[in-house]
Design a protein around this ligand. Structure first.
Ligand code: FAD
Length: 515
């Protein structure tokens, strides 16, 4: 387990920093010429990839049908609200007890500004978006092993880390230790920039002052009239800050996918998927679990059963098929494609992740701690606490993302019952927000390796596997083509699923036109 996880964790890091660093290829709505008469396309799966494929193909005049395992559209683009029920692999059933208006997105929750296709579908389908704050300067960075376990504000850690580094570097520069690297003029420019960047004083020191308090915050904030005079705050000790490793979280907010502007649909991430679904609702059959995919030179035959075991198995036939079922599941289904595609389907591991949503009697993170949206990071197994962007500064209850867990922690959380996951999220979270003890009401936990419709979080392509198999996975094999986040260079993002669907249907449309 550890071996596997170390690999997956390292890969996730690498993907976050390298593989994802590319802008979406989307160049606007696709225009397919009219479909040949009476040509049918069967789409398997109604996540973002399947929905986009169905929406665009039916607009072009194809006879489209969609088979979907769940009793809802969206796949991983999913929002849990009060009254929703969910049974995971292993049989544990949860009922979401959130109050009306509150929700958690157990899967996707943010859309970066450069995910053009997602933003365009939201605009075309009139789904309102609101800002998603990845970075909140007043949220916490927390190490259970430093500062007596007391969480530190992001603004203090950022300012102090930058200030201490700037002081050290200017000391080295002033002592002539960088003279081999820099001309005297460039050394002076470096010192000038370090003074500005690190908020150093005239002697290149990072000290409590009005200037540093303006960046890291005051001990007593400036007020009015006869209120207390403002007091400067004291920077964190440089050595303890270094030892705390809290600096490791500073880079997250500057990654390409995490830097502003980010968005979320108002009311929950499923709003975009649902808007697409409304356009094609009559074409979608829910509770249809695909168990076999066959083809010959004349067409495709798909066997499916009722997802709840009711009724007899059914066959649906079509001229062509686009399958968006995650590889983690497709690899367990009999499918008639060539050896190269079969090997590709079998080759890709899936990353593990767990999210826990927690409802509290009041929004204490806003009322007591002035944290409006954003994320706190911790070295505890819950890893992140996400604060809701919706309903900020309103009285009443609120729902936190109480854990967003990856790597080894995710496997451990997956092995627990949902109740244990919620309890652990509350126990660990109380080390950061002691209010948990009195304010917690109820929670719900989704461990993605126990999701019966994905059996994992996202396709975690190792470089060598992608090199060997990716091209084969993306071919049209006879009358069958695959689409989905797994068939993209943007795995773990809805944009990848949408771009994959658009690319596949354009190639299939061309193939049909020339067939
Ligand atoms: C924890 C987590 C966090 C994420 N965060 C973000 C984020 O912040 N932003 C972002 O853009 N993306 C994020 N993603 C990624 C995003 O959710 C996916 O990339 C995208 O939703 C995948 O869409 P898809 O259509 O390829 O697959 P899916 O959404 O998985 O759709 C596949 C469909 O196939 C159906 N299916 C499965 N088996 C069968 C069967 N046997 N028969 C019939 N149907 C079947 C499923 O029910 C499902 O509806 C996150 C994902 C997770 C899990």
């Amino acid at each position: 387990m550890i071996g596997q996880t170390a690999g997956a964790g390292a890969m996730y890091q690498a993907m976050s920093t390298l593989g994802f660093a590319q802008e979406s290829d989307y160049s606007g709505p696709i225009k397919l010429t009219a479909a040949p008469r009476d040509t049918s396309v069967l789409i398997l799966g109604a996540g973002m990839a399947g929905l986009v494929a169905a929406y665009e193909l039916q607009r072009a005049g194809y006879k489209v049908k969609v088979l979907e395992y769940n009793h809802r559209a969206g796949g991983r683009s999913w929002t849990l609200r009060g009254g929703d029920e969910y049974t995971e692999l292993g049989g544990s059933r949860q009922k979401c007890e959130f109050d009306p208006g509150l929700y958690i997105n157990p899967g996707p929750w943010r859309i970066p500004y450069h995910h053009h296709a997602m933003l365009d579908y939201a605009k075309r389908l009139k789904v309102p978006l609101e800002a998603f704050n990845q970075l909140n300067y007043n949220a916490y960075l927390h190490s259970s092993k430093a500062f007596g376990g007391k969480p530190q504000r992001f603004r203090e850690v950022r300012s102090d880390y930058q200030g201490h580094i700037a002081e050290l570097l200017s000391k080295a520069a002033n002592q002539g230790r960088l003279d081999g690297e820099l001309t005297p003029e460039d050394r002076d420019r470096l010192l000038e920039s370090l003074r500005a960047w690190g908020v150093l004083d005239q002697q290149f020191r990072y000290r409590a002052s009005e200037a540093t308090s303006v960046t890291r915050g005051f001990a007593v904030d400036p007020g009015g009239g006869l209120m207390r005079r403002p007091e400067f705050s004291t920077p964190l000790d440089a050595n303890e800050l270094m030892r705390s490793r809290l600096w490791q979280y500073l880079v997250n907010f500057h990654e390409y996918e995490m830097s502003p502007a980010l968005f979320q649909p108002v009311g929950g991430m499923d709003r975009i998927a649902n808007a697409l679904y409304r356009e094609i609702a009559p074409l979608v059959q829910f509770d249809a679990k695909v168990v076999k995919i066959d083809q010959d030179e004349r067409g495709v035959t798909v066997n499916h059963v009722d997802a709840h075991g009711r009724g007899a198995p059914t066959q649906t036939k079509a001229d062509w098929c686009i399958c968006t079922i995650p590889l983690s599941i497709l690899s367990e289904i009999e499918i008639k494609v060539g050896d190269a595609m079969l090997a590709a389907i079998q080759a890709v591991p899936y990353e593990a992740s767990v999210k826990v949503g927690l409802q509290f009697k009041r929004r204490f993170w806003e009322e007591d701690e002035r944290i409006y949206g954003g994320i706190s990071f911790t070295d505890l197994p819950i890893q992140q606490i996400g604060y809701p962007m919706a309903g900020m500064n309103q009285p009443g209850k609120g729902v936190l993302l109480g854990a967003y867990v990856w790597g080894t922690n995710a496997y451990e959380f997956t092995a627990m019952t949902p109740e244990q996951r919620v309890r652990k999220a509350v126990e660990f979270g109380a080390q950061i927000h002691p209010q948990y003890a009195t304010e917690f009401e109820n929670g719900i936990a989704v461990a993605w390796h126990r999701s019966p419709f994905t059996q994992g979080c996202f396709a975690n392509w190792p470089d060598d596997v992608r090199e060997k198999h990716y091209n084969d996975l993306c071919q049209i094999d006879g009358r069958i083509a695959l689409a989905g986040e797994h068939a993209s260079y943007l795995p773990a993002w809805q944009e990848g699923a949408v771009l994959s669907a658009l690319d596949t249907i354009q190639r299939m449309h061309q193939r049909i036109a020339t067939a």
